[in-house]
Design a binder for this molecule. Structure first.
Ligand code: TXA
Ligand code: MG
Length: 319
């Protein structure tokens, strides 16, 4: 069991000593290490069993820290996005400075940076005295964690796990890349493309860019998956196989033969759906009466784009 508590100063000491800390952010739990300590960062990949071709996001607590992370010529679009959305769930990929270790960026010329808005995350980064490299605190390819028990279920060999007392968005940050004067959406997330386009015109996420190994090696088709078959529910709900778990986003009365029904929302409210999506999938994963999971799709507007992205990737192997 990972030692768990609320001692942010102790967690910061662990980071400064090159150890790993699992901490809440406003999106999902992160697994953090000192971004300038390559050995500590290497442990993240080991503990997550994550391939080293998948780069990490570096978390900061002060805007001035971008000068240690990005190359000296920072685009005006980066400043405009940072001003509009930081602290908050937007990761900005931009040309990196030589000081950022290659292991953080998987050898790429760019680094993803974000300033989280979660008070515990901000305090942890501030007290650590260093930017913190952190992927989501799950095993590679598995469900993202939004609760301490989700982290406990998947990881060991972590020095400390910080408890959370705040609400989480439930889906990861939006990832945009600013390069050669262009803005490209690499991963839909907590901030919608529409919101970003109000600040900087962005190219929408295309099928090609999600597959583009050069721009987004981690944005694989299959990801965020529970350890049981997950299918997107379409068609008739009364012909479910035995031992089915059903995840719904609005009240309905026609589900009669499921082993378990979990509502992320009763009114198709996308904020509630995002917040409860991974909680529902973790609960289905843990439920021994459930052998396969069915989940409703959502309308792809606003936050629904990120929710559907996660649902598609989580169910990728079962289509
Ligand atoms: O909300 C979040 O972003 C959470 C919290 C902990 O901050 N973090 C998170 O990290 O979701 P992770 O590692 O699970 O996802 C980061 C994604 C990966 O798909 C990775 O490939 C992409 O961001 N990424 C990171 N650096 C990149 C870069 N330099 N170029 C392109 N994509 C990058
Ligand atoms: Mg992740």
């Amino acid at each position: 069991m990972i030692e768990t508590g609320t001692d942010i100063a102790y967690a910061a000491k662990c980071i400064a000593e090159g150890k790993l800390v699992a901490f809440p952010t406003e999106t999902v739990y992160g697994l953090g290490a000192n971004a300038f300590n390559p050995l500590a960062v290497a442990r993240i990949f080991e503990v997550k069993q994550r391939p080293t071709f998948d780069p990490l996001i570096v978390h900061i607590s002060e805007i001035s820290q971008i000068h240690d992370l990005y190359d000296s010529h920072i685009s005006d679009s980066v400043y405009a996005l940072a001003q509009a959305f930081w602290p908050g769930p937007l990761s900005i990929v931009h040309k990196k400075s030589a000081a950022v270790p290659d292991i953080v960026t998987a050898g790429m010329e760019t680094v993803a940076v974000r300033m989280p808005s979660h008070p515990i995350a901000l305090e942890l980064i501030r007290l650590s005295g260093t930017p913190i490299a952190a992927p989501s605190a799950n095993r590679f390819g598995q469900l993202s964690p939004t609760r301490p028990e989700h982290v406990q279920k998947q990881l060991t060999d972590v020095a400390y796990l910080l408890k959370n007392e705040y609400k989480m968005v439930g889906v990861e940050s939006t990832v945009v890349s600013i390069q050669d004067g262009k803005c490209v959406l690499l991963r839909p997330g907590a901030i919608s493309l529409n919101e970003i386009q109000k600040v900087v015109p962005c190219t929408a996420l295309s099928k090609e860019s999600s597959q583009d190994k050069l721009h987004a090696p981690g944005l694989l088709n299959s990801h965020y998956s529970p350890n049981k078959p997950l299918y997107i529910l379409d068609g008739d709900i009364d012909h479910l196989p035995l031992n089915s778990g059903v995840v719904l986003h609005q009240k309905r009365t026609d589900v009669t033969n499921a082993s378990r029904v979990i509502y992320t929302s009763e009114t198709h409210n996308s904020v509630e759906i995002a917040a409860n999506l991974f909680i529902a999938l973790h609960a289905m994963e843990d439920d021994t009466t459930v052998s396969q999971i069915f989940i409703e799709s959502v309308e792809e507007v606003g936050l629904g784009v990120a929710i559907m992205d996660r649902i598609r990737k989580a169910s990728y192997r079962y289509r």
